[in-house]
Design a protein around this ligand. Structure first.
Ligand SMILES: [Fe+2]
Ligand SMILES: [Fe+2]
Length: 357
């Protein structure tokens, strides 16, 4: 693809100081992780041959579907009509372009997030002290490489443009990777970032009729569900040993990441590309408070809150995290299906193989 970046701009280093951990205990003492590892080995797929890359994709049609049938304009009806709106002058053609840009930006952020997951999982192989977790995490490194591959290829071959990483997302990934504590990498990446990704993929998968994107998302979701399940299994065990003060640190970290992930969906880079100041757009949107935007953001918590509950994070240390989720209006998701229960249902790769056998 064409890019204006030179070769120095494309490298970004995060300094980290952590111990690479050997274990001499090769006993298979964690049956749930053993099961997940076996499942992961049987569910590998090949992005080159399991997806039909010859599919003809019309980016405008894809963006219209994702926007509820009306391009960018319908999604932002309230913003368009607001008093003093910075996008009042946009024509229908401009709104079609907004739709396409939003979709390219969202898929680009998925791609960058997947690379974050790739680096974090490779780190987990080194830092986690249990052999069963090292085995499993190694399968996930392959999964995440495949996810980066499919999003990059879809953007490059089918949509024709990519966005650089959103600054909020970049900061979150940097903070996760700079932390030396292995459980923080699990919590940040497996529970928070991947939990959100799974909710967003699920929504996009339900809406789109573009066959390549639909199958790609379905396959990625099968893998992601396993990844969140891995985070939940490992952290549940580890958290039982922590003090209240240590649990509070994890709660604060989880809440901070959740709030920052929520802001990432402002997609300021799209408004910049459209020639308007993103902060004007955000302040106007906040004023008109479009319910569709709110619903989307709330949906993102539908995975995070039940997963935090399952980890024991909601009610540890005097229920600090329960209080925060209550304040921002997302606590009602606590009894939604957590991802650990969900992953077996999402194994589409195994179902496809059984159907074609
Ligand atoms: Fe992934
Ligand atoms: Fe993942």
């Amino acid at each position: 693809m064409t890019t204006t970046e030179n070769k120095f701009d494309v490298i970004h280093a995060v300094e980290a100081n952590f111990d690479a951990i050997f274990t001499w205990d090769y006993g298979r003492s964690r049956p749930a992780l053993v099961k997940l590892y076996e499942k992961a080995k049987a569910s590998q797929w090949n992005a080159s041959t399991d997806l039909d890359w010859a599919t003809d994709v019309d980016p405008e049609k894809v963006s219209r579907e994702l926007g509820g049938g009306g391009g960018g304009g319908m999604r932002f009806q309230a913003l368009r009509e607001a008093e003093g709106s910075p996008v009042k002058h946009f024509t229908d053609k401009d709104w079609d372009r907004v739709g396409i840009e939003l979709q390219n930006s969202l898929l680009s952020q998925f791609m960058h997030g997947e690379q974050g997951a790739l680096l974090c999982t490779a780190r987990i192989v080194e830092t986690v002290p249990w052999i069963d977790a090292k085995y499993y995490a190694a399968t996930q490194v392959m999964d995440e490489a495949r996810h980066v591959e499919v999003f990059a290829r879809y953007l490059d071959e089918k949509l024709g443009s990519q966005y650089r990483i959103n600054p909020n997302l970049k900061q979150i990934l940097d903070d996760i990777l700079a932390d030396a504590r292995w459980d923080i990498a699990y919590l940040g990446m497996q529970i928070m970032v991947e939990g959100l990704a799974l909710a967003a993929f699920g929504m996009m998968h339900a809406i789109t009729n573009e066959p390549l994107l639909k199958k790609l998302l379905r396959y990625v979701m099968s893998d992601e569900a396993r990844h969140v399940a891995f985070g939940v299994l490992s952290l549940q065990e580890y958290y039982r040993e922590l003090t209240d003060a240590e649990m509070r640190e994890r709660q604060e970290f989880a809440f901070d990441v959740a709030c920052r992930l929520q802001r990432r969906f402002g997609q300021g880079e799209v408004w910049e590309r459209m020639g308007v100041d993103p902060s004007d757009v955000f302040s106007t949107m906040e004023r008109v408070n479009p319910p569709a935007q709110q619903q989307f953001q709330q949906l993102l918590f539908s995975k995070i809150v039940p997963n935090c509950k399952k980890l024991g994070l909601l009610d540890a240390a005097d229920g600090w995290l329960r209080d925060r989720f209550t304040e921002i209006g997302v606590i009602h998701f606590e009894d939604f299906v957590d991802t650990g229960e969900e992953y077996a249902m999402l194994d589409e790769v195994a179902k496809d193989r059984a159907a074609s056998a």
